[in-house]
Design a protein around this ligand. Structure first.
Ligand code: AHR
Length: 330
């Protein structure tokens, strides 16, 4: 039986961030005494509702699949993720999976895993590496398409979005973590599509680090320096929810005086959409656990897997959010 337990911090020196494991075998070796697959998973952190749902999906799916999961929370720091991956290599796990905090800087540690014969699966976010032999598969969303969907809604609703009716739609962008794939790609997809309409302009863009608090603080400063903001485009729901707090504090009505577009569709975001405080959400599914475990089983068995596995996603208007909320899993 697989049992969740905490590995003593002294077993592997990982002081700055948390390391938990489902342990069935010894801490020094990846081999489980029951012959179960051992997976080391290096998570980004707990920055958003999306991330919390993603972690839950991975932990529950590992348990359902009988995979022994060694799990680390890197608290948003690339160095912590690299340290965790190195510890998994030392422990000789069967497979490593991770969601890279940022796109670049992974080649050395991925080469170490490859040299140790440990396959790596990327989930949620990609790495910017020319050597695609460093990982087996990348499971996750197409963030460029998500940005395009957000931009398309704005182009299609440009009339309503020109809140002050001055003929220009001033958009402020709340970016995700600097250097992270979803921040880079969601900005790119959005910019590409809105370029079709010269009346839409991104007047300010700053990172809120995918957190509610970050979104609130950046939005407060945008509101102080500009009284002609028509639209907020936030790279995730949490930053959009933070922006809602700032907009209300400035005496304005979110969703009416300032239109809001976000990405994710987690429960709190969907509730704000149903309540009329967000105008449109592009879905990004965090429920990657079941597919990840299937890929891991195949990779460990030496079977071929697809190099790129895309998740299926939709979009939500306010009416669609009202209809979807009762059955929403996260
Ligand atoms: O990589 C996925 C992104 O990371 C989600 O959209 C965001 O909420 C999370 O922090």
């Amino acid at each position: 039986m697989i049992k969740k337990t905490l590995i003593a911090a002294s077993a592997i020196t990982l002081s700055a961030f948390t390391l938990t494991a489902c342990a069935g075998g010894s801490e020094a070796s990846g081999s489980d005494s029951d012959g179960a697959i051992v997976m080391g998973f290096a998570q980004v952190g707990a920055e958003s509702g999306w991330r919390t749902a993603n972690t839950k999906s991975i932990q529950e799916s590992a348990e359902d699949a009988g995979i022994e999961l060694k799990f680390t929370d890197a608290q948003g720091k690339q160095e912590n993720q690299i340290q965790a991956i190195r510890s998994y290599i030392q422990q000789k796990v069967d497979v490593i999976a991770f969601s890279p905090v940022v796109e670049t800087g992974w080649d050395a540690v991925l080469q170490e895993a490859k040299s140790a014969g440990i396959p790596v699966i990327l989930t949620d976010r990609a790495v910017d590496s020319e050597d695609t032999s460093l990982y087996e598969s990348f499971l996750g969303s197409d963030f460029v398409v998500e940005g395009e969907k957000a931009g398309q809604w704005l182009v299609d609703n440009a009339g309503d979005a020109d809140v002050d009716g001055d003929g220009t739609i001033n958009v402020v962008q709340l970016e995700g973590t600097t250097g992270a794939a979803p921040a880079i790609d969601r900005a790119e997809g959005f910019a590409d599509v809105i370029s079709a309409d010269p009346s839409i302009e991104v007047t300010a863009s700053q990172t809120g680090d995918f957190t509610r608090d970050g979104g609130k603080k950046v939005m407060e400063s945008f509101l102080q320096s500009d009284d002609s903001i028509d639209v907020v485009y936030a790279h995730n729901d949490d930053m959009g929810l933070g922006a809602i707090e700032a907009i209300k504090a400035a005496g304005l009505k979110p969703g009416k005086d300032v239109k809001i577009i976000t990405v994710d569709a987690v429960h709190d975001g969907m509730q704000a959409l149903a309540d009329g405080e967000i105008n449109y959400i592009v879905e990004c599914s965090p429920l990657l656990g079941p597919q990840l475990m299937e890929i891991a089983e195949k990779v460990v068995a030496g079977e071929e897997v697809e190099a790129r596995i895309l998740t299926e996603e939709t979009t939500f208007t306010q009416d669609e959010a009202k209809a979807a909320l009762p059955d929403r899993q996260y």
